[in-house]
Design a protein around this ligand. Sequence first.
Ligand code: ZN
Ligand code: FE
Ligand code: FE
Ligand code: FE
Length: 161
Amino acid sequence: MKNLNDLFEHQIKDLYSAETQLIKALPKMIKNSSDEKLKEAFKNHLEETKNQKERLEKICKELGIKPTGEKCKAMEGLIKEAESFIEEAEDDSVMDAGLIAEAQRVEHYEISGYGTAVRYAKELGHKNIAAKLQETLDEEYNADNKLDKLAQGRLNKEAIA
Ligand code: ZN
Ligand code: FE
Ligand code: FE
Ligand code: FE
């Protein structure tokens, strides 16, 4: 990588890998959550995530690059962590509370990735692409907020007992 453009393309591919891995992992989070609202939130975000992946494919087309070729090792680690948590949880409400904690780590990672990508896109003069990335960034913020509200509302309290 020699310049900001190379770095930008690297970041886009990293995000593409992250979203692809998440699409495979979210069904397991859905399956293991018992609160209906939490299940619903994960299902919604799975649909959003598929759309985010397509958005990155369109961006890559516009940039004239392939979206593949990078492995996001951080997302791989976050997913492994979530999977080992699932193995360890022995109570439904603890499971729900812990799934939120793991999912919020994922959302925060994505928020930082898309935040950087939006900034680079603007600096490189890719106005359309910056707007597309911003849409995803907003969705990631929303997903995080929704999880936060679910945790505050009730799920953490249930896990205390
Ligand atoms: Zn990378
Ligand atoms: Fe995402
Ligand atoms: Fe990454
Ligand atoms: Fe997300």
